[in-house]
Design a protein around this ligand. Structure first.
Ligand SMILES: [Zn+2]
Length: 112
């Protein structure tokens, strides 16, 4: 009884060792192969990037904003690309502010 179980464990141990060494071999092979062709990737950009997302595009058309065209709503300043967009914003300001803030844009505060 005792012997039998020991034998079982030994076989299992050997099997595990074989599987383990096979796995290590496979690992080593796959590790060396892509290393040669893999380009050095640098995911993190410049370290001193300002985290705030200032508004740069018109909430109506998505075009570049003109800092001379803006509207103030509930203490927030929203810029537009043209006066037409300002008119559209005025019809539903909350909608466009939500649109911008959903994009992670921090709107300028209305100067006091
Ligand atoms: Zn516009």
């Amino acid at each position: 009884m005792y012997r039998k179980s020991v034998g079982c464990v030994t076989i299992l141990t050997i099997a595990v060792l074989i599987l383990g060494s096979l796995a290590v071999c496979g690992c080593k092979k796959s590790e060396t192969a892509p290393k040669a062709s893999a380009p050095p990737t640098q995911k993190t950009p410049a370290t001193q990037t300002v985290a705030t997302n200032a508004q740069t595009t018109c909430p109506v058309t998505g075009k570049k904003i003109d800092k001379n065209i803006y509207a103030d709503y509930q203490g927030k300043r929203v810029y537009f690309c043209c006066a037409d967009c300002k008119a559209k914003f005025s019809a539903d300001p909350a909608k466009y502010i939500k649109l911008l803030e959903d994009k992670g844009i921090t709107l300028e505060k209305t100067p006091k």
